[in-house]
Ligand binder design. Structure first.
Ligand SMILES: [Zn+2]
Length: 365
């Protein structure tokens, strides 16, 4: 969008016209620089960046000023980058000023309170760390701030630990650290034959403080890795609950309730293949099937006298519930079964002629 003029109105008599109608002296406070047409700013964002988490309006005016609200606002004054960070502290994290901004701005916030009891104050976890304490505002000593030298009070120092924690909590609220996981069919029971490889992709800070805990049936089996292989031989026949907990263990957070709330749990259920109660049996002495497990082709061979039969043998592949998924006649002493289209799992191979039959478990890989 284009404005007729550059800069911002300094007072109501100023003739400067801008698209967002930016003006200083909001509510009679000279440095309060606010867009008069927040609705237009919102429309521009909806059109060009509808998924925005935080927007900053930079007003093309060199005079010192800025404001919070949902749209953090700063000018192009030499201190603008610092002002922008301070205003983002308001807009993004809901922080209060730690200087005395006036009675009308005083309210209970993560970094402003009337609570003076060190056991109950909202920043009680931080008392004594990096000069965090309960400092009264001299202008109204019934209100307290956590620090004397925080970016919410003066430009250039860092955010104090209390404000930093609040900002990190806000980031946690916006971001799911797990961007993908596999197998992704977490709402059904997975069948395990030999093993299953589980893995997640995570997004985290630098250095990465995202930690993981893998549990099988509530027992921890692995931690601080993002993949895990479950081997069939290590579990019993019961349904297995596989849970992966992902949590950011950053030292910027001391709120254990928050840590618990923002823990992401990915769950799977796994069970070993449930075989039917039929025992394999084989009446063809020269029968050989290979490879088993098979992925593409399963070869059935019968050697010796049994190939001299005048009638063909029947070959069937049955699913574990008895449904027939393959049916053919075997005229020669070797037959190839195309396994390519079958789903992975166990099947029964039935071979029969007028006199004999075999029933064998085969596995499609
Ligand atoms: Zn602070």
């Amino acid at each position: 969008v284009v404005s007729r003029d550059s800069g911002a109105k300094k007072d109501t008599s100023d003739k400067i016209q801008t698209y967002f109608e930016s003006a200083y002296n909001f509510a009679g406070i000279e440095r309060l620089l606010v867009a008069g047409r927040l609705d237009r700013a919102f429309d521009v964002l909806l059109e060009f960046s509808p998924l925005f988490d935080q927007a900053v309006l930079i007003v093309n005016d060199a005079k010192y000023g800025g404001s919070g609200g949902w749209l953090a606002t700063t000018s192009v004054h030499v201190n603008a980058p610092e002002i922008a960070l301070h205003e983002i502290g308001h807009s993004f994290a809901g922080l209060a000023d730690e200087y005395w901004a006036g009675e009308q701005f005083a309210s209970e916030r993560p970094n402003m309170t009337r609570e003076r009891d060190p056991d109950r104050i909202v920043w009680k976890n931080w008392l004594g760390y990096k000069d965090v304490d309960i400092y009264p505002h001299s202008e109204d000593p019934t209100w307290f701030r956590p620090h004397q030298n925080c970016k919410m009070r003066v430009l250039n120092p860092e955010f104090c630990p209390v404000c930093t924690e609040t900002i990190v909590k806000r980031i946690h609220a916006l971001i799911n650290p797990v961007t993908s996981h596999r197998p992704d069919s977490s709402d059904m029971v997975l069948t395990i034959i030999d093993s299953i490889a589980f893995a997640v992709e995570v997004v985290g800070p630098t250095p990465n403080t995202i930690h993981s805990i893998w549990k099988i049936n509530d027992q921890m089996v692995s931690r601080n890795v993002f993949d895990f292989t479950l081997v069939a031989g290590e579990i019993n026949d019961d349904l297995q609950d596989i849970d992966l907990s992902i949590v950011d263990t950053t030292l910027f957070i001391r709120d254990t309730v928050h840590q618990k709330m923002q823990t992401v749990v990915v769950s799977w259920q796994v069970q070993k293949e449930q075989f039917t109660a039929i025992n394999d049996f084989n009446e063809f002495k020269g029968l050989r099937i290979y490879p088993n497990p098979a992925s593409e082709r399963l070869i059935v061979e019968i050697e010796g006298d049994e190939t001299n039969s005048t009638s063909p043998k029947r070959i069937e592949v049955l699913g574990i519930r008895g449904q027939r998924v393959y049916n053919a006649k075997m005229w020669q002493n070797q037959h190839v079964i195309d396994m390519g289209k079958l789903k992975g799992g166990s099947y029964l191979l039935r071979i029969s002629d007028d006199d004999k039959s075999s029933l064998l478990t085969i596995i499609k890989q």
